[in-house]
Ligand binder design. Sequence first.
Ligand code: ZN
Length: 379
Amino acid sequence: MRRAAHKIALMGAASLSLALSAVPVAAQVTPQDNQTLIASVEQGAPRMAEVAHQIWEYAEVGYQETKSSALLQSELKSAGFKVEAGVAGMPTAFVASFKNGDGPVIAILAEFDALPGLAQEAKAERAPIAGQIAGHACGHHLFGAASVAAAQSLAAWMKANNVAGEIRVYGTPAEEGGSGKVYMVREGLFDDVDATLHWHPNDSNSAAQSVSLANISGKFRFAGASAHASAAPFRGRSALDGVEIMNVSVNYLREHIPDGTRIHYVVTDGGTAPNVVPDKAEVYYYVRHTDPQVVRDVFARMQKAAEGAAMASETKVSFEQTGGVYNMLVNDTLGQVMDQALREVGPPEWTAEDRKSTRLNSSHVVNSYAGFGLKKKKK
Ligand SMILES: [Zn+2]
């Protein structure tokens, strides 16, 4: 599986570098330039694979990706990038820049966080690692490593060919929940960027123009009164009751909200022992829809359900928003550029060994891309 995954990253990096080279200087990029870039990415592929595997092993969750972020930063520094770390108030966020004279500012996003509860050996079969709390189930180890590799190749090509412009890598933490990019956008770190591209490992090849869902996430915390659940239950007010009543109310809400809305939750604290009335309980919710206004409206109604549940259980409820993102605003021009780059790079070639190790077949292969642009702010 490692080999196959690395081929996915290789393809991602090669396509990204081609697409990126086309953004600033479309007219000047020759087929020879494309070949140079692909060869450069291929040359860097063994190191990229090492970096990806190292991040896979670090398996650090959102906002705690200290080693993963540091590794990507040092790879960029050694390729001549200037790195600003700890941006937008996030210790693991960074912006790395390679400037070769005045020209367009092109950004590549790099994600690197793992998912809690999904520690897995690098095998195609399910093989959890005992004692490890997180794993790279979403492929962000490839995402970060390949974005960095693409930027390195592109920087070398820009330098060798006197291509003016700036290439930046944005190290965006906590993309499995935590919305790291949002804080970087809010801080104005993208204000002078002309175009931004990213990619994501997937099980099919495309320059994705599909929309994602807008999302608000947050935790509802109920506080009640603890008591012995057998000796004096009448003295208690169960915070867990608050959570359960809220969940029932929200589940009734599902019939009366716009089609296509997604609501999901997990109970992140439900008390510790059945013989103690829980004085604290917490439920973690996501709401998603293609229209951000629907997400806001549904979330406001869920907050009413929470208040009603607190009233019914004689507990108190507070709310902490943990994330809020728009649906992806796709950019057709950049999508076409990415599609062209993907076609030129072509699909990975699988060996018999790859096929055996991953149960691949020819219709079940590889990558997904999405390009999106950020409009330059008028000053
Ligand atoms: Zn992901």
